[in-house]
Design a protein around this ligand. Structure first.
Ligand SMILES: *Cc1c(COP(=O)(O)O)cnc(C)c1O
Length: 358
């Protein structure tokens, strides 16, 4: 039976990423050695790193004056690295979810943090709007896609202070105007590569302005200067990221990804809205994520939630259980998920309806 992978993260990757990485683990670039066994300073691996960074810049159309680096520690280490490098006294955060909340908690170790708005009271089922950002904040931090709650900021904001964005779960899902951001970061394991590598895009002119001492490994300048090789990089995830970047390019780039993602999301949201057994959890249509689609059963059919889960699982739907804080279901529809998988899930929902709705 075909298994459809809706996992929220680590999550589905293009077939070519998995196949090429598996092959390189056996025989890397004709060396007759495993990718896991060669020096990261070998000319073969340096070529991988160089191409990955070049393609990253090309696909996102990153302007001059920005650096791209691959580091370890996951997006969670960025929660402290960002204030370490960019926060002199004060920063502002938009609290749109558990990850946003964790990010602002770390920033509090470095000074005053202003939470400009929060949707925590209603389990983060919308993106707050109409707040004010203090003009003396060193930066304003947002989480563009809230992986757990299925909300997404799908446009590039214009704000009065440097803008920092966690794009862990929607990077490369749409074109981004990088010039509007001071820094963009994310763990790779949602839309790019296996876990173990974290990407950071930073505007160079913002670095080097802090009075504090920054530990070497937590200073962005270390990794820019070291070309993401200051210490041993996670070679397998970086190799896999390169395969995904090549796939994105072959498919037509981030605009093509956006079109496909809008198309896929429409199939599922239309079914959620049409089917009397289901409803979406996000209250405003414009806040609905194209990457993580959250839904529950309507009150009338609430007791059938477990049955639907088992039914869908028996039909090959994997990873659709909602996060425990939201309940219900979450279908993650990342770049690599084919439209046929989304259609298969929508078909399951229709079939379940014919079984239960008279
Ligand atoms: C998964 C996720 C994180 C955490 O990433 P790690 O690499 O595990 O630290 C942070 N932010 C968002 C939006 C995520 O989806």
């Amino acid at each position: 039976m075909k298994v459809h992978n809706f996992s929220a993260g680590p999550s589905i990757l293009p077939d070519s990423t998995v196949e090429n990485t598996a092959a390189a683990i056996k025989n890397f670039a004709g060396t007759s050695l495993s990718l896991m066994e060669v020096s990261h300073r070998s000319k073969e691996f340096v070529a991988v790193m160089d191409e990955a960074i070049a393609l990253f810049k090309e696909l996102l159309n990153i302007p001059a004056g920005y650096s791209v680096m691959f580091v370890g520690g996951g997006a969670s280490t960025q929660f402290c690295m960002i204030p370490y490098n960019l926060m002199a006294k004060k920063s502002a955060y938009l609290n749109t979810g558990a990850w946003a909340n964790k990010a602002q908690k770390e920033a509090k170790l470095f000074g005053e943090v202003v939470e400009v708005a929060s949707s925590k009271e209603t389990v983060y089922n919308y993106i707050p709007k109409g707040y004010e950002i203090p003009a003396d904040a060193d930066y304003f931090h947002i989480t563009t896609n809230n992986t757990i709650y299925g909300t997404e900021i799908k446009h590039d904001m214009d704000v009065n202070v440097p803008l920092v964005a966690d794009m862990s779960s929607d990077i490369f899902s749409r074109p981004v105007d990088v010039s509007k951001y001071a820094l963009i970061y994310g763990g790779a394991q949602k839309n790019l590569a296996p876990a173990g590598v974290t990407f950071v895009i930073v505007k160079d002119e913002l670095l080097g302005k802090m009075d504090r001492q920054i530990p070497t490994m937590l200073d962005y300048r270390t990794h820019i200067k070291g070309e993401s090789m200051f210490n041993t990089p996670p070679v397998v995830p970086v190799f896999a990221a390169l395969q995904t970047l090549r796939w994105i390019k072959e498919m037509g780039g981030v605009s093509a990804m956006q079109k496909m993602n809008e198309d896929k999301a429409a199939v599922l949201y239309n079914e959620i809205d049409r089917n009397p057994m289901f409803k979406g959890t996000v209250i405003n249509e414009e806040d609905r994520s194209l990457m993580n689609i959250c839904f529950v059963m309507t009150d009338e059919y609430k007791e059938l939630e477990k049955d639907f889960f088992e039914f869908a699982t028996s039909k090959g739907m994997s990873g659709i259980k909602g996060h425990r804080s939201v309940g219900g279901f979450r279908a993650s529809t990342y770049n690599a998920l084919p439209k046929a998988s989304v259609q298969a899930l929508a078909d399951c929902m229709k079939e379940f309806e014919t079984m239960h709705v008279k």
